[in-house]
Design a protein around this ligand. Structure first.
Ligand SMILES: Cc1cc2nc3c(=O)[nH]c(=O)nc-3n(C[C@H](O)[C@H](O)[C@H](O)COP(=O)(O)O)c2cc1C
Length: 188
């Protein structure tokens, strides 16, 4: 197999898409984030990488809380919009008709239309260069009732959006190809 070295690239596939929320000057604001993921299991933590000058970051630093909302495919336009305009210029929640609610943390705005909402408290802010890696401890999680099957979140109902940032494309949930922690046993 001929491998082509292409230099140090962020070729990671697929990337999730989140709507990260924070209250900035007491107003809810949301930005699209693809550079994020799970960071720890006990206590449950996640990370999001945010450029220092993002409007949302002002609120994260000020309140030390933020939210991660997982949009479904039917919110692809709104998610993209929140990734191309800044809350410093427009009220994105109003344009997107987001219904906002607050949970335990009081300063982390949550989007009702997103099937999964995670409320996070900031644990670490790590300046890595262009971005600050924000590590948040998940304080509460909300799931829309109609996205549960047998009491558990159902990915086929949640319908998350994945991103191919290099190609500037969004994708929906792919096909089921095997049981986790199980299919590999066929090789034993
Ligand atoms: C799909 C997508 C993913 C993005 N991921 C990130 C990210 O991980 N970190 C980041 O700082 N900006 C990311 N952006 C850019 C911000 O969402 C964008 O600059 C946004 O307008 C910032 O909003 P704000 O100024 O209201 O905070 C992404 C944009 C898109 C469209």
């Amino acid at each position: 197999m001929n491998k082509i070295p292409v230099g140090p690239k962020l070729y990671v596939y697929p990337l999730p898409t989140f709507l990260v929320g924070a209250n900035v000057a007491n107003k809810p604001n949301f930005m699209a984030v693809a550079w994020g993921g799970v960071a720890n299991s006990e206590p449950p933590m996640l990370s999001v990488a945010i450029r220092h000058h993002r409007h949302t970051y002002l609120g994260i630093k000020h309140n030390l809380t933020f939210s991660v909302n997982i949009p479904s495919t039917n919110l692809v336009k709104e998610m993209d919009y929140c990734g191309i305009v800044s809350g410093s210029q427009v009220d994105k929640s109003a344009t997107c008709n987001f219904k906002i609610f607050y949970g335990k943390l009081k300063t982390a705005p949550l989007i009702e239309q997103c099937p999964v909402n995670l409320e996070c408290k900031v644990i670490h802010l790590l300046n890595l260069g262009t971005h600050t890696l924000v590590i948040g401890q998940i304080e509460e999680t909300y799931v829309s009732e109609d996205c549960l099957s047998d009491g558990k979140p159902d990915i086929n109902k949640i319908m998350p959006i994945t991103a191919d940032i290099q190609a500037h494309n969004y994708h929906s949930q792919g096909d089921f190809i095997g049981k986790a922690f199980s299919i590999g046993k066929n090789l034993q």
